[in-house]
Write a protein that binds this ligand. Structure first.
Ligand code: ZN
Length: 251
């Protein structure tokens, strides 16, 4: 069985249909990440309807840029109230592609640290977005002694990859592995021991929204690149995800 460790089911059209299709493809756990209050509410209600859906609560670093102080505080108190029911804190992190000015970057840093503090307080993993800010994300996580970490859509240098492995964090690989040579190279270099699989659904690939049912295809591609059996990719990435999320596997 497979796990989609990072997607956004609240934003997926016909989510119930897509969840059923994923189950047919042997995807037995989907972690739906949130970006703001509305998406947190939607994800919680999806998780109540579908047992294979687990929720991560957080404010996306790009989303935060268009929120005012009151909205941000409201989102944090919502998180505090509901984190017990969630499986992780996310999606949080830094996005220096969207935050260009120092003021905006400082806001993202401050919110990222608050997310990490919450994750530590509630003993939950933190799911991290690190576009154009990989090194800084890793530095903040290390400084705060975050232990349970997923670096989502990670494409780091050898040095950063080594740091992630040293800390026993996970990194996830998504559909970009189908075509992006840099991601393929990363998949080849990075050990399975710390790898998880994601789709980031419904992000667009070649004009098509990603779906959780793509996970086995992503695993197949990684198996081919690494010249290793598909079953191994499946077992190791699934075990990694369950371990990070503190879940027991059935059967
Ligand atoms: Zn995402």
């Amino acid at each position: 069985m497979f796990v989609d460790i990072h997607c956004h089911l609240d934003a997926v059209k016909n989510a119930s249909e897509k969840i059923a299709l994923a189950e047919k493809e042997n995807v037995s756990l989907i972690v739906s990440n949130s970006v703001d209050i509305k998406s947190m509410e939607k994800n919680i209600s999806l998780s109540k309807r579908f047992p294979i859906v687990k929720v991560a609560l957080g404010i996306h670093p790009s989303e935060a840029l268009s929120m005012n102080e009151k909205e941000i505080e409201k989102a944090f108190s919502f998180m505090e109230k509901n984190l017990k029911k969630a499986i992780a804190v996310g999606e949080t992190g830094l996005d220096f592609k969207h935050a260009v000015t120092e003021k905006r970057r400082e806001l993202q840093r401050e919110l990222f640290k608050r997310h990490i503090s919450l994750a530590l307080e509630f003993n939950k993993p933190v799911i991290v977005h690190s576009r154009n800010a990989r090194k800084e994300c890793i530095n903040i996580l290390s400084e705060m002694n975050a232990e349970k970490v997923l670096l989502h859509w990670f494409l780091g240098s050898k040095k950063l990859l080594f740091e992630a492995i040293e800390n026993d964090w996970l990194y996830s690989i998504g559909p970009s592995v189908f075509e992006n040579p840099a991601v393929q190279k990363f998949a080849l270099l990075s050990p399975l021991k710390n790898m998880a699989l994601e789709t980031d659904s419904p992000v667009l690939f070649n004009g098509k929204p990603a779906e959780p049912q793509w996970i086995p295809r992503i695993a197949k591609k990684i198996a081919k690149l690494k010249k290793t059996p598909l079953k191994k990719v499946e077992t190791v990435t699934t075990n990694n995800a369950f371990r990070l999320l503190g879940l027991q596997q059935k059967g």
